[in-house]
Every structure is written in structure tokens, then in C-alpha cells.
Design a protein around this ligand. Structure first.
Ligand code: 17E
Ligand code: FE2
Length: 412
């Protein structure tokens, strides 16, 4: 199969992309628009990109907002409490059904690579077992990485360490953490040492909910980065949220950035989630409660955007559209300069793929998997401005989603 009349990022002109045996065979320049042959896909001058990536979502909690009660304060802490109520009633089937529904939404928005956190502070590990099955059953739609995420703490939850180890044995891909939620600062530090050790021993990646609080004293990021540096694991480690960095003073941040850079770790910001959950203990002026995305990026570090939630106890909106989160993130992080807009898709494609350590399994290059998405606009700027829809999603050479343009009518 061929995709014709494609525009590509960072290149001018039109291209044809030939797919063969689940791989990209070649990418060739076209002198002009051509007529698509039967069986080929016509990008019609739209941008063709490798699939969008969702680097941070909680598929075990999606579509549960209000069950049994709504989060009225809008804080992370009430979210955890409300989730605790819902967690008591989750079942294997309920978790699978909601996760698969959400994966359908992600598919419709051109996403094919997903990292989901799954709460393992549950002695039954029912949600994890369900998600392991979802990972297999949804293989034709997405590559799913599962994070063993200790929502109620590793040190502060009964048998927390054993549950983490068990989750890895069962098949989790990534080790998680939540040091700012542990009972004491010491427990936060020891939880990071424990989880890094577990990851190193098992060969898992690492993705820690790190400093998701406006407390400027929450400084677990430096602990995570140093652990990654001394173990030489930086490229395999991700710090998610790090919103306390939005409250650190510049003197500390300037020292911190030196370590972060040397550690080589990755960052995920969930700007819609954080603008909603953070700043809740401020009156006015209110902090933005988002990490220093532009500054990390300008310092040469790897940052990407994630959705975090779809209608869950922490965040009542969300629909699977990562371009909505990109648009919000560009606003919230003061990233709407011309240069930023011109490369804005980096934050939901290449940077995210690097966070997920996708390596040669990602990217529009001959020899790589035949995974791509056709967007309904011609470049990054127009994609984000017009909130372009994914017109088609191709996975291993097969079309898994095709969207036909909506039709407007103007009766007199
Ligand atoms: N759990 C957590 O600790 N933080 C979040 N933002 C979500 C779940 C969605
Ligand atoms: Fe999260």
C-alpha cells in the first residue's frame, strides 16, 4: 500500500510513502499532486506523522468520575480519596471494559502508543490483571506499556513493597512511585531507592509521579535524578508532573537543572490536569501549578505532554484527544512563539516516543513499522491551531481508522 500526496514535518513538497510487509519500504518525493490509485490512501496534502503518543494516562480509573461521589474540592487528595471509594468496587470486567473504551477514543485521535499507570495498592491486584489482558487484546490498536503505580504509597501502604514486586513479576513494564504522597520525607526518599533498585534488577523502565504538589519543599525530583545518574539509567527514567518545580525558586532550580541535565531523565507534563488540580490552596495570586516545560526544553531536556485522565476522580473532562492537551499546554506554559508553534507536535510525538524508549519502533523512516497518521492540516502550526482531526490511522500497514470529513449545510 502507498500513502500519496503527503506532507512531512521539517520537509517541503509532497511525498509518497510505500508500505510493505508491515514496514515502511520507501519515502519518495512527488513532483506534484497525483491521483491516488485504488487501494492507496490519499493524504490530499495533509501532514503525515508517526502515530501520536499518550505517555501518561490512568486507564484503570477512566470513566469513573462521580462513582460513587464527585470530587468537590478539585484537589489531588480528594481525588485519591474518591478513587479509594471506587477502587473498593472495581471488577476485572469493569476495568477491562472501561480501559478498552478509552483505547477506542485514543485510536480515534491517532494515538497508537500508550503508557498507562495502574494502581497496585490493592491486595487483589485485580486492575493490573485486567490491564495485562487489555495489553494483549488491544495489540492491534495500540502498544501499551503498563506502569505498576502505587497510588497510596510504597512505604505508607501495607505490603507496598511486596505489591510492587508482585506487579513486576506479573508483567508490568514500568515501575512507578509517588514519593510526595508517602507519610514522611524519609519514606519518600526510601521509596525512590526501592523502586529504582526494583527497576534495575528487573530491567523495567521507570515513571514516577514526582512532586505533584505546589509545596516548594517537595524535592524528590533531585533524588530520582541522582539515582538515575549514578545507576546510568537516565534514558529509561521519567519524572511525571514535577509541578512543585513551578513553585521552586530560581536559585534552587538553577542548581537542580544541572543535575537533571546530567541525569538524562525524561519529563511528562499533564497541563490540563495540573491547571485543574494545582493552585487549590492558593487564594490570589494563584500559581499555575505546572512544571517548567519551556525551560526544560530550552535547556535541551526531553519533555512531552500527556492527558492523565479521561473523566476520572481527578479530572472530569477529557476525550482522548491529545491535541487538545497540546493546545492547552502551549497556552499554560507560555509556548506560543512562532518557533514553538512550528515544532509543537514534538511534544506529542517524537519527545513522547523518546520518553517511552520506543527507539527504532517509531518514526517515519524506511525499515521502521508501517505505523502512521494522516492529519487534516499541512503543518504543526495549522494542526494545533485548527485542532486538526486524524483522517486515517495506519498500523502495521493496515488502516485501523478512517474518518470522513463532516459536512456542513447552510440552508437559506
Ligand atoms: N493519581 C495521581 O496521583 N495523580 C493524578 N494526577 C492522577 C491519579 C490522575
Ligand atoms: Fe498521573
Amino acid at each position: 500500500m502507498k500513502v500519496v500526496n503527503a506532507r512531512l514535518r521539517r520537509r517541503t513538497g509532497l511525498y509518497s510513502i510505500t508500505l510493505q510487509d508491515e514496514r515502511i519500504q520507501s519515502i519518495t518525493a512527488q513532483p506534484q499532486l497525483c491521483v491516488a490509485q485504488e487501494g492507496n490512501l490519499d493524504a490530499a496534502g495533509g501532514l503525515v506523522i508517526p502515530p501520536l503518543v499518550e505517555p501518561h494516562i490512568h486507564l484503570d480509573a477512566v470513566l469513573t468520575a462521580g462513582e460513587p461521589e464527585w470530587n468537590m474540592s478539585g484537589t489531588l487528595f480528594e481525588g485519591i480519596e474518591r478513587w479509594g471509594q471506587r477502587k473498593a468496587t472495581i471488577t476485572h470486567e469493569d476495568t477491562k471494559r472501561r480501559a478498552l473504551t478509552a483505547i477506542g477514543l485514543l485510536r480515534d485521535h491517532g494515538i497508537q502508543h500508550v503508557r498507562t499507570h495502574v494502581d497496585v495498592t490493592d491486595p487483589s491486584l485485580a486492575a493490573l490483571q485486567a490491564m495485562l489482558e487489555v495489553r494483549e487484546e488491544a495489540r492491534n490498536l495500540v502498544d501499551l506499556q503498563i506502569v505498576a503505580f502505587p497510588q497510596e504509597g510504597i512505604e505508607s501502604f501495607p505490603d507496598g513493597r511486596a505489591l510492587m514486586a508482585r506487579a513486576v513479576e506479573m508483567g508490568a513494564d514500568v515501575v512507578g512511585g509517588i514519593p510526595h504522597f508517602e507519610n514522611t520525607r524519609e519514606q519518600g526518599v526510601s521509596s525512590i531507592k526501592f523502586l529504582m533498585e526494583l527497576a534495575q534488577r528487573s530491567g523495567c523502565l521507570v515513571d514516577v509521579h514526582c512532586d505533584e504538589t505546589d509545596d516548594p519543599q517537595s524535592r524528590f525530583l533531585e533524588v530520582l535524578a541522582e539515582e538515575a545518574r549514578v545507576r546510568d539509567m537516565g534514558t529509561r527514567v521519567t519524572a511525571s508532573h514535577t509541578v512543585a518545580m513551578g513553585s521552586y525558586d530560581n536559585a534552587y532550580c538553577s542548581k537542580l537543572f544541572r543535575l537533571l541535565k546530567r541525569s538524562g531523565i525524561n519529563f511528562v507534563s499533564c497541563p490540563t490536569e495540573s491547571i485543574h488540580l494545582q493552585g487549590r490552596f492558593d487564594t490570589w495570586p494563584k500559581r499555575r501549578g505546572v512544571t517548567r516545560v519551556a525551560e526544560l526544553d530550552h535547556a535541551g531536556m526531553n519533555v512531552c505532554f500527556g492527558q492523565d485522565s479521561i473523566k476520572d476522580p481527578w479530572y472530569p473532562l477529557g476525550n482522548g484527544n491529545i491535541l487538545r492537551v497540546l493546545e492547552a499546554g502551549l497556552h499554560i506554559c507560555h509556548m506560543m512563539g512562532y518557533e514553538d508553534l512550528q515544532r509543537s507536535l514534538d511534544f506529542v510525538t517524537d519527545n513522547s516516543a523518546r520518553t517511552l524508549s520506543l527507539g527504532d519502533n517509531y518514526g517515519l523512516e524506511p525499515g521502521r513499522p508501517a505505523n502512521l497518521v494522516i492529519l487534516d492540516a499541512e503543518d504543526d502550526y495549522e494542526v494545533v491551531r485548527r485542532q486538526a482531526k486524524a483522517r486515517a490511522s495506519v498500523r502495521l500497514g493496515r488502516v485501523i481508522m478512517q474518518r470522513h470529513p463532516e459536512r456542513l449545510e447552510y440552508p437559506q
